[in-house]
Design a protein around this ligand. Structure first.
Ligand SMILES: Nc1ncnc2c1ncn2[C@@H]1O[C@H](COP(=O)(O)OP(=O)(O)OP(=O)(O)O)[C@@H](O)[C@H]1O
Ligand SMILES: [Mg+2]
Length: 607
């Protein structure tokens, strides 16, 4: 499967190219106009800022040469112009940010949404192999990176370049080539040095990021297993495992900081050398009489003024490189192909009677370990088939295949004769309702979780479904009723309550095909019986696949399949299987004697 860590060799340009369409969105004239206006303001603010030292110089020259008695008229005018230029530069630059904000934020919103959609498109396998903590971190960092890239870099890199060119031209024109040249050279050396050192440092940042992600993943996994940690009293063990990752981070972070100090010192040294040279040259010019004190001030001010954004440039370049890495990681995620995709000519499933057929199905999650072996059975339209067998036999796998979370390796699964691989996933999944073995709920209200079966369902419909699932009385008895929050993953409900919420939402979905995977396993026998009759009513006329551990719940099935290690070893009606006195009869006897079935099982319906 595709790797999801960014390729370090990939250039930032590719990433920037990926970003461009979001900044210049097709057909969005409002946004495009904003980009243009922001660019114009950007140039205006730079033109204003390079005027500042010129007015400054004029003021100094006027003051130096001002003879006793000469009115302050010239300096005052120049000083006012100086102030105005500063204000204009600031105003243009702020206006530019304000105008661009909408473009940047819209781009971020679109990208995150696209990533989110894509994550839901990706296959179960991807999500089981990835850790959610790490995934959310990638998105979080990617988002922050884009924001940063827009906010400072686009408006720092480009403006600084414009300013540099303007300053070079002015210095050359007003003073001499040597001073202009040294100024330019200082900046170029500074930039080259920064880029080189940053390239070297980036691996530390990368290691830091990886360590950060992996520490975070471990912390989240540990906290998700809070109860398990307590059961086994393994807090110290968890802390140590976490600390191992934290130590990796510490190591990388220290290296990163030390190298940062080296970078900062080098940068400051380069600027200081440039500044000293420029001052020496202009001092010599004054002595020779070719320059004024104002010229000395001018050259000095320009370098100092350039130094400010440049000082940021070190940071900006680092951040841009980092941001590009983070953004790239997000785009790499976007580039992961879903394992299961609709065929190009996929059509909507036409589920009429909805008979299901597994034809010689072979399947493995991992090619080295086959799970289902030549599984062949049929659930005729409107009938109920039960699958029983030991844990790990592959029962739940059948439902995952039916939902097409995975494709079969061999053979085919069809619904009303249509191969699952030839219909759209959307239409397929709309036709099937499942009460899964482990129900996980959204951290929202009970009502929300039930209504999830059919978004938009009315409160009455929700309550009706809850009644059928025998949970209405429980919910209405809660202090907050249907508005009760169920907690993260539904952990504030008991296992049986969660199961009944899951049953209710499947009832609400009202699908043609029903799958109950140990749907009532967490319920006491009494509640189970009560629900069972409701479930039977609901299942009437629908094609139903039941996975059950408690055999008494499937005695009325039209056919019972006994699955062992991925193979159907016995099949038939309850009574036939008993007569046969094989695996099933053995399981039945054991359960009858077992303590989990204190009441006598209901008399099986005669064949
Ligand atoms: N995503 C996966 N990757 C690899 N192996 C898996 C995966 N999911 C399940 N398995 C393996 O496939 C086998 C069948 O799993 P399945 O969930 O279908 O069992 P089951 O019959 O439903 O068991 P139970 O009665 O315990 O629910 C198991 O041995 C399990 O370890
Ligand atoms: Mg299972």
């Amino acid at each position: 499967m595709a790797s999801v860590s960014p390729d370090p060799k990939q250039s930032g340009f590719a990433t920037l190219k990926n970003l461009l369409p979001y900044l210049w969105p097709v057909g969005e004239w409002n946004l495009r106009a904003r980009v243009v206006v922001a660019m114009v303001f950007l140039v205006l603010s730079k033109v204003a800022i390079v005027m500042v030292p010129i007015f400054y110089k004029d003021a100094v020259d006027a003051l130096v040469s001002a003879e006793e008695g000469l009115l302050l008229i010239i300096p005052v005018g120049v000083i006012l112009a100086y102030g105005l230029a500063r204000i204009a530069s600031l105003g243009f630059s702020e206006a530019r940010d304000a105008i661009f904000a909408r473009v940047g934020q819209r781009a971020i919103r679109r990208i995150i949404l696209e990533v989110f959609r894509h994550l839901h498109r990706l296959s179960l396998r991807f999500h089981l192999e990835r850790q959610t903590g790490g995934l959310s971190r990638v998105i979080e960092r990617g988002t922050r990176a884009i924001e940063l890239l827009f906010r400072i870099s686009l408006f720092n890199l480009v403006p600084t370049t414009i300013e540099l060119v303007l300053v070079f031209g002015i210095l050359w024109y007003m003073l001499d080539f040597a001073i202009a040249g040294i100024t330019l050279a200082t900046v170029v050396v500074y930039i080259a040095y920064t880029m080189l050192v940053t390239e070297w440092r980036i691996r530390f940042r990368r290691t830091m990021n990886e360590a950060d992600t992996s520490a975070n993943t471990r912390a989240i996994d540990s906290l998700l297993n809070y109860e398990t940690v307590k059961y086994f009293g393994n807090e110290e063990h968890e802390a140590q495992r976490y600390d191992e990752r934290l130590a990796n981070y510490e190591e990388a972070a220290v290296k990163s900081n030390v190298s940062l100090a080296a970078l900062n010192f080098g940068q400051a040294a380069i600027i200081s050398v440039g500044l000293t040279l420029v001052m020496l040259l202009s001092a010599a010019g004054i002595v020779e009489g070719t320059m004024t004190v104002g010229d000395f001030v001018l050259a000095n001010t320009y370098l100092m003024q350039l130094y400010q954004p440049l000082n940021l440039f070190g940071f900006v370049y680092r951040e841009i490189k980092q941001a590009l890495i983070d953004i790239e990681a997000m785009f790499v995620l976007l580039a992961v192909d879903p394992e299961i995709v609709d065929a190009p000519d996929a059509v909507a499933l036409e589920a009429n009677g909805s008979s299901i057929r597994f034809e010689g199905v072979n399947f493995a999650y991992d090619a080295r370990r086959p799970i289902l072996k030549n599984v062949d059975f049929m659930v005729p339209a409107g009938k109920k088939i039960a699958v029983v067998g030991p844990s790990g036999a592959g029962k739940s796998t059948l439902s995952r295949l039916l939902f097409r979370f995975y494709d079969v390796a061999d053979g085919a699964i069809t619904i009303d004769g249509q191969d699952l691989r030839k219909v759209t996933q959307q239409s397929l999944r709309a036709a099937i309702g499942i009460v899964p073995q482990d129900t996980v709920l959204f951290n929202d209200t009970v009502a929300y979780n039930i209504a999830y079966g059919r978004p938009g369902a009315t409160q009455e419909e929700v309550e009706e479904a809850a009644r059928l699932a025998r949970i209405h009385d429980f919910v209405s008895g809660l202090p907050d009723g249907y508005d009760t929050m169920v907690g993260e993953r539904g952990l504030k409900l008991s296992g049986g309550e969660k199961q009944r919420v899951a049953i209710a939402r499947t009832i609400l979905k009202n699908p043609r095909i029903l799958i109950f995977d140990e749907a009532t396993s967490a319920l006491d026998t009494h509640t189970e019986r009560a629900i069972q009759s409701n479930l039977n009513d609901i299942a009437t006329g629908r094609t139903t696949l039941v996975v059950a551990h408690r055999l008494s719940t499937v005695v009325d099935a039209d056919e019972i399949l006994v699955l062992e290690a991925g193979e159907i070893v016995e099949r038939g009606r309850h009574n036939d299987l008993l007569k046969r006195d094989g695996v099933y009869a053995g399981m039945w006897r054991r359960q009858q004697q077992g303590s989990d079935e204190p009441e006598a099982a209901p008399a099986p319906t005669p064949a």
